[in-house]
Design a protein around this ligand. Sequence first.
Ligand code: NAD
Length: 246
Amino acid sequence: MNEKVVLITGAGRGIGAAIAEKLASNGYHLILNYLTSEKETKLLQKRLEEIYAIKAICIQADISKEEDVQNMVAIALQAFEKIDVLVNNAGIAIDTLYENKTVDNFRKTLDVNLIGTFLVSKYVGDHMYEKKKGTIINIASTNGIDEYFPMCLDYDASKAGVISLTHNLSLQYAPYIRVNAIAPGWVATENEMRELDQEYITLEQEKIYLKRFGKPSEIANVVSFLASEDASFVNNAIIRVDGGQR
Ligand code: NAD
């Protein structure tokens, strides 16, 4: 088959769903991973197949569990025979006051955001390397670079880890696989906005040069570029998409 195939983790909602929509509009076939949001993911699958005449499948898997990841990649390859693009988007944040932060919180966050990204990259990356073709895009965060919030210090550490992983994977899979990361700043996803009050939103928006949060589609546009041949010499890059932040 000549058409490109993308696997997106945590694709049922938020930034993941926007990435699925953008790549479907580019003609990609989709492998939509979800953990719990089966209904939303299947609705998304049906909608995108109808609008863009592409093929999509949904696979339930917890990316922090090696067996789940192995099964997911096996099912995906059985369905499409190849994966051209991997978008490691799934992630969690457990926001709690520093005083209440537990080892369990910390481990859970690292398990999903860092170990999960490693596991999916490893199983898909090894397949890509064998085919000598493919690209991996990790969704990190400006929290992994220079934005610090003690109430999510575990999240910040996990995203710094994803950035380090990006550098190592681009070295490991050279010269065939490009590996890049996007570091979004504030993005107004439904889940994110539900947890913030207006006073806090205004305060945070003041720190952004564009005076607003980003839209999920604005992250998806950068994924679309990185996945494309237009980005054929972009490798080992960490791209901030934060509207200018200080
Ligand atoms: P979201 O919570 O709306 O979506 C995350 C998705 O990941 C959900 O569908 C969730 O079910 C899935 N997921 C969680 N744990 C999983 C697991 N173990 N296995 C498989 N799937 C799992 O979040 P979002 O705002 O759309 O964020 C998407 C990515 O972008 C995350 O990695 C997040 O850290 C990153 N990010 C978001 C923002 C923001 O402001 N929204 C900023 C910077 C980075």
